[in-house]
Design a protein around this ligand. Structure first.
Ligand code: SAH
Length: 363
């Protein structure tokens, strides 16, 4: 054994941070890491003592040096539509927000990649927090494991019934290394064994990182947040557009390697009087037709802290019709979990932290 000793250690390493290769390097027998991965990710063991396939001394040593417990759920919220929102307390007290969206066999776990976000999109509440910090790979993996264990039937034929979307707080490509490491851990065949077709990475379009992504062995499905199909509109709504313009983004996406029949999703938030005009619809159609793409229209999830409004049902449908007339596949996304502020763009923990502080004061 290299670094796993029976000596008590002062600081434990977080288990979910370790790739199977890293775990192997800490053990004396190669197959042990595989056994441990299977026990934790497939049999949902949450303490080393219960992994009886391991020798007792090893279980003790592992328990001393690795922390296998999932972070505590600080708060959770249940929506009337079944959506659940979790605030998971991290080692330094920050909160990672995770959303579970049930839908028959196609459940979705929406995870955060950062606390806060640096991109300052004007229609998104997370932006109002600013950038707090990147999440580690283990903190991203732990969100998936936590939401899976809390909501999914553990039987081998149903425990895989979920997809993961990186659409929570943060810009995943701004936290490139940790996100890619987390995807590797989620993909591991001895762990959750998630195929990349079950994982969607959503980005505002960081071009150097998109280029870098094309060279990765593990490529998740890609969603691009467009919201603004002309330069003037997108500059106003997503400041990243002033660095990486729409034509640059489009040419990068045209080079992006796709599997047969696979398409890139363009996410487009509909803001009344701003992004729901005919001019934007026609520009959006032009963009979508120049890439293998489909369009997800997301009517704004409103908040008193945002200066925009959701368009009427009629304008949403009219906008969709213009795209369809141009032969663009365009779908209107149902909002889920709005009553618990769990919908797209509504994750903003500080208002809740305030609420929690008030509750603490009352006691
Ligand atoms: N930073 C990444 C992922 C987080 S945002 C990205 O930009 O893709 C996830 C999705 O929520 C994005 O498509 C974003 O455009 C959308 N969104 C943000 N604020 C919203 C709001 N108030 N209402 C509806 N969708 C919103």
């Amino acid at each position: 054994m290299t670094s796993l000793t029976a000596e008590p250690t002062t600081s434990q390493e977080f288990f979910f941070e370790l790739t199977r290769k890293q775990l192997t390097e800490r053990l004396d027998r190669n197959f042990r890491a595989t056994q441990i991965y299977e026990a934790v990710y497939q049999q949902w063991r949450d303490d080393f003592g219960s992994i009886t396939s391991l020798p007792k001394t090893l279980r003790t040593a592992l328990g001393r040096s690795l922390d296998i417990r999932l972070p505590e759920i600080h708060r959770s919220f249940d929506s009337d539509d079944g959506t659940k929102r979790y605030l998971m307390r991290l080692a330094d007290g920050e909160l990672a927000e995770t959303v579970f969206i049930p839908d028959g066999d196609r459940n979705t776990i929406c995870v955060s990649s950062q606390v806060g976000c640096a991109l300052a999109c004007t229609f998104c509440l997370t932006a109002q927090l600013g950038f707090v910090r990147h999440l580690t790979a283990g903190e991203i993996v732990a969100q998936v494991v936590m939401a899976q264990r809390a909501n999914i039937d553990p039987a081998p034929d149903s425990r895989d019934h979920f997809n993961v979307v990186l659409m929570g707080m943060g810009e995943p490509l701004h936290n490139y290394e940790n996100v890619m490491k987390a995807l590797g851990i989620l993909h591991d065949e001895s762990g959750l064994g998630m195929s990349m077709s079950r994982i969607t990475l959503s980005t505002a379009g960081l071009i150097p990182e998109l280029d870098r992504l094309t060279r990765e062995p593990l490529l998740p499905k890609l969603a691009i947040s467009l919201t603004g199909a002309t330069r003037a509109k997108r500059d106003q709504l997503m400041p990243i557009n002033r660095t990486y313009s729409i034509p640059q983004l489009v040419s990068t996406l045209r080079r992006f390697p796709l599997k047969p029949r696979q398409r890139i999703t363009l996410e487009y938030v509909l803001l009344a009087g701003v992004t729901d005009t005919d001019k934007e619809a026609l520009a959006l159609a032009g963009i979508a037709l120049s890439i293998p793409a489909k369009v997800n229209l997301i009517p704004l999830n409103e908040s008193p802290d945002l200066d925009f409004k959701r368009p009427s049902e009629n304008s949403i449908l009219r906008f969709q019709r213009i795209l369809r007339e141009k032969n663009v596949d365009a779908f209107v996304r149902k909002s889920r979990g709005t009553d618990i502020s769990a919908a797209c763009g509504q994750l903003k923990q500080n208002e809740l932290t305030k609420e929690i502080d008030l509750e603490a004061l009352k006691r």
